[in-house]
Design a protein around this ligand. Structure first.
Ligand code: HEM
Length: 141
């Protein structure tokens, strides 16, 4: 199946890996979520907590296609070879999904507080940094 997808794209003239373009959705949304969450603690900017929460939802929706494209590139470019960075990426992607789902379920963006929910927002940035760093190491060495 992987070969068929890449051959089809090659025939269309698209010869690039698929995953890097999609990574911008979860990466960007996580950065936005944390930025808006922290900004919501500034005077008169409480409403930005909702924007941060919406970033969490969109970031969550972006994880499945991003991970699937990562899987395709891994099979195509790296021959599906198990190596530390791939295992790390899979673990980080699963943990990021769990933390984002937790925020989506327990957060009340109408009433943002500097509590454990905000800590979860900060945690997503660390996970995204880990995913980006390990991805960059895979791509550029
Ligand atoms: C939320 C999930 C994920 C995020 C945010 C993410 C993010 C990234 C980023 C930022 C890069 C560097 C891209 C660049 O060159 O500019 C990358 C590369 C890469 N990632 Fe991920 N990643 C995720 C999940 C996965 C998963 C689950 C796999 C494998 C099963 C994977 C496999 C790869 C591979 C093989 C590369 C090297 C570039 C390529 O050939 O696509 N990633 N990732």
């Amino acid at each position: 199946m992987v070969q068929t997808i890449f051959e089809f794209l090659n025939n269309l003239g698209f010869t690039h890996p698929l995953h890097p373009a999609l990574t911008h959705i979860p990466m960007g949304m996580v950065m936005g979520a944390v930025t808006f969450r922290l900004a919501s603690f500034l005077p008169k900017l409480k409403f930005l907590a909702k924007t941060g929460y919406h970033c969490v939802i969109l970031g969550l929706l972006g994880i499945a296609p991003t991970a699937f494209a990562g899987y395709l590139d891994w099979q195509h470019t790296f021959g599906g070879e198990w190596e530390f960075l791939i295992i790390l990426k899979i673990i980080l992607a699963v943990v990021l999904t769990i933390v984002l789902v937790t925020i989506a379920v327990i957060d009340d963006p109408e009433n943002p507080k500097f509590d454990k929910k905000t800590f979860f927002y900060l945690l997503t940035v660390l996970l995204a940094i880990g995913l980006g760093f390990s991805g960059g190491e895979l791509q550029y060495g």
